[in-house]
Design a protein around this ligand. Structure first.
Ligand code: G3H
Ligand code: 13P
Ligand code: ZN
Length: 309
């Protein structure tokens, strides 16, 4: 039981058509809900921390909570920086004991993305830390998919191959139609699986990463709305699409929005039904349980649909 890199996790998942869940963490209850689920499923696990999470919780708290989770559960966990925007934050996380960092240079021109990624790879690898990079732009809800927009923003397979070769990056986040948040599609959900297959064919040994992969479970959206929330028209990536992605080289599936929805739904429900209560443990407990149930369902039925883990 220890903090581990993603190297072994990804090698196994690449060979066996399953994906590892990468869950965003911001506080103790979120971490506990996730690790309890992973423990029951005996699943590989990535806990990831964004710049926003580091700002909210302060870096030391999150690192120590993850260490506590390892002590408590006996799990091997990868601690990953999500969407590092420059060299400095990646270096800071490497120096703080993270076992994996993402350098997100996707907003830069291709050559600059290569330069920046390479710089991070050189530093991280010298300390035994894995690196994820991103190429292409995640779709927004307005971008709903005409061919020209797709070609302009989604990951180009030839560029992906060149990028991996030139940077030596360990895994690559690809843009095939997902987006962050709870409003991923206006009409029918669409992901460009042809493109994903092409990328996977050109760089078969590179683990691919799917950002914006929450399924936006209707059950939690409905519960939020029933108890005073206002999130109409939310729509995520259908579970079957995540299962398909795992067959085409996607080893890491990023989930944050589903955690937020599960937590908020339970807190709303509890407070609406118990207006007299003001003990945070009373509503954070059910929120933690909801996270555990949701994560367990994903690990078992969606991420490991191949059944080969
Ligand atoms: O990709 C974004 C993640 O959901 C993290 O979100 O920057 O609000 O922590 P955040
Ligand atoms: P969701 O918003 O779909 O949960 O995606 C999270 C993510 O990609 C974190 O990097
Ligand atoms: Zn992301």
């Amino acid at each position: 039981m220890s903090l581990v890199t993603t190297k072994d996790m990804f090698q196994k998942s690449l060979k066996n058509d399953y994906a590892v869940g990468a869950f965003n963490v911001n506080n103790m209850e979120i971490i506990q809900g996730i690790v309890e689920a992973a423990q029951e499923e005996n699943a590989p696990l990535i806990l990831q921390v964004s710049a926003g999470a580091r700002k909210y919780a302060k870096p030391a708290y999150l690192t120590k909570l993850v260490e506590a989770a390892i002590l408590d559960t006996g799990l091997d966990i990868a601690l990953h920086l999500d969407h590092g925007e420059d060299f400095d934050i990646c270096k800071k996380c490497v120096d703080d004991g993270f076992t994996s960092v993402m350098i997100d240079g996707s907003k830069h021109p291709f050559e600059e993305n290569i330069r920046l990624t390479k710089e991070v790879v050189e530093y991280a690898h010298s300390k035994g830390v894995s690196v994820e990079a991103e190429l292409g732009k995640l779709a927004g809800i307005e971008d709903n998919v005409n061919v020209d927009a797709r070609n302009a923003t989604f990951t180009d397979p030839e560029e992906a191959a060149e990028f991996v070769e030139k940077t030596g990056v360990d895994s690559l986040a690809v843009a095939i139609g997902t987006s962050h948040g709870a409003y991923k599609f206006k009409g029918e959900p669409y992901l460009d699986f042809e493109r994903l297959q092409e990328i996977n064919k050109l760089i078969p040994d590179t683990p691919l990463v799917l950002h914006g992969a929450s399924t936006v479970l209707p059950e939690f959206v409905a519960k939020c709305n029933e108890y005073g929330g206002d999130i109409p028209g939310a729509q995520g990536v259908p579970e079957d699409m995540i299962k398909t992605a795992a067959k085409y080289g996607v080893c890491k599936v990023n989930i944050d929005t589903d955690l937020r929805l599960a937590m908020t739904a339970e807190i709303r429900k509890y407070l609406a039904e118990h207006p007299e209560d003001f003990d945070p443990r009373k509503y954070l407990g059910p929120a933690r349980d909801a996270i555990k149930g949701m994560v367990q369902h994903k690990i078992k039925n969606v991420l490991n649909a191949s059944g080969k883990r």
